[in-house]
Design a protein around this ligand. Structure first.
Ligand code: GLV
Ligand code: MN
Ligand code: MN
Length: 423
């Protein structure tokens, strides 16, 4: 193997067509008729893509291990094994109506980096580690990004193992069902730096004609479980003024959430993504509703203000309509600044490749946001079509995916041969 000295590696490029083929090869695990992916975390489809990933990593000469929350780690040795590895990756789980790129790009571009280095016979100073984090999406089990949060010490492993999906299945049971409850203690493995490549999932890069987003941080997120309790009664005989209709209460609350987010704009957002009438019936006035609320902003103080206003709206609507409207905050992730040294490494890599770029804040949550609480971390964004994500039509170009993989490759090479000094 040759050494990764800068003169020999600056011209190294990933294989964009191999990466593209790999993205489409894995899209069959949970592939939907509309061309998207439905691969909920720890589902049988997730089990199959994990098996595929392990085999592909082993074929690339990597050693794969699994931690107690199912996160997969694929290690490539470096010249100095006393150095902590430079890690990169993302997630292979998707939303129920997910696309082919969210998360997948970061993992498979990481695999492409490993394959490119193997083909070129390059050995880095620090070891390299490719990671597939369990349950980034948070769709089946809340909160999102739970395995990387446990890695960073925000939850204990047991707290995460006990979380339940909508059918009452625990994370522990779901891991066992697909054979992915590994032996490695969560957080035991030291990581020197973490870099995550991802599609932007928003419209900015495409609108500005930029290929690379140099991500400086992620916005704050708060998740709530909500209930509206009214009174079930006959749809034909209960006069309108006497009704205690939970659905009408939720409808008003949803409009209040929109108003509050708009008032804190332009970055503030609020979404009721799940809502279900309990024991629904065509001829019964809805008596009970369970719903979720997702609220985000890059400023912590704005999250506080929005939450206070939402609670006030819930109380006011509840009182006026004789309903009980309860909001329970189940998760809050503070806004995260990324490490300036890793952000600069990404920027220099993009500059060295001559790619149009801009600094950007992530609107989505990412495992890198959790990693940042424990290790120097940053992200690379590439554009996606019309800024659409969490949709089966999610799309990105082969050229942009290849450019992102090249920036990842060059960033990793820089970091693997640099000793990070205090920021
Ligand atoms: C993860 O997909 C998120 O909710 O941002
Ligand atoms: Mn993602
Ligand atoms: Mn996502």
């Amino acid at each position: 193997m040759s050494e990764s000295n800068p003169s020999s590696t600056h011209n190294l490029r990933s294989d964009g067509s191999r990466l593209w083929a790999t993205i489409h090869e894995t899209a069959r695990f949970g592939g939907t008729p509309k061309g998207g992916i439905n691969r909920l975390t720890l589902s049988p489809e997730d089990g199959r893509v994990r098996d595929w990933f392990r085999e592909a990593c082993e074929a690339a000469g990597l050693t794969v291990s699994v931690d107690a929350l199912g996160t997969q780690y694929a290690l490539r040795p470096g010249r100095d094994m006393s150095l902590p590895p430079v890690a990169f990756g993302s997630h292979l789980d998707t939303q129920p109506t997910g696309g082919k790129f969210d998360g997948v790009l970061g993992v498979l571009a990481g695999l492409e980096v490993m394959r490119t280095l193997a083909d070129a016979g390059i050995e880095t100073q620090a070891p390299l580690l490719l990671v597939n984090w369990t349950n980034e999406e948070g769709s089946r089990f809340a909160p999102a990004m739970m395995a990387s949060a446990a890695y960073a010490g925000e939850f204990t492993t047991d707290e995460i193992l006990a979380k339940r999906d909508g059918a009452g299945v625990t994370v522990a049971e779901a891991l066992d069902a697909i054979g992915y409850r590994g032996g490695e203690a969560v957080g035991e493995r030291t990581i020197g730096a973490f870099v995550e490549l991802h599609i932007e999932q928003g419209p900015i890069l495409e609108a500005e004609g930029k290929t690379i987003g140099v991500v400086e941080g992620g916005q704050g997120i708060a998740w709530f479980d909500g209930t509206v309790e009214g009174f079930e009664s006959h749809a034909g005989t209960t006069p309108m003024p006497r009704r205690r209709d939970a659905l009408l209460g939720l409808s008003e609350f949803a409009l209040a959430a929109e108003r509050i987010a708009l008032a804190h704009g332009p970055s503030a957002v609020a979404t009721i993504g799940e809502a279900g009438i309990l024991a629904p019936s065509r001829n019964v006035v809805p008596g009970r509703i369970a719903f979720s609320l997702d609220m985000r902003d890059p400023r912590s103080g704005t999250l506080d203000a929005m939450e206070a206003e939402l609670r006030q709206a819930a109380a006011e609507i509840g009182e006026r309509r004789h309903l009980s409207l309860v909001l329970e905050r189940i998760w809050r992730k503070e806004p995260v600044p990324f490490d300036p040294r890793i952000v600069s490494a990404v920027e220099e890599a993009a500059e060295g490749l001559g790619l149009p770029r801009r600094r950007i804040i992530s609107g989505a949550g990412h495992d890198a946001c959790n990693l940042a609480g424990r290790v120097p971390a940053a992200m690379i964004f590439v554009p996606c079509k019309d800024g659409v994500s969490h949709n089966e039509s999610e799309s990105a170009t082969q050229a942009d995916c290849a450019a992102g993989a090249d920036v990842l490759l060059q960033t990793v090479l820089r970091l693997a041969d640099t000793r990070l000094t205090a920021a």
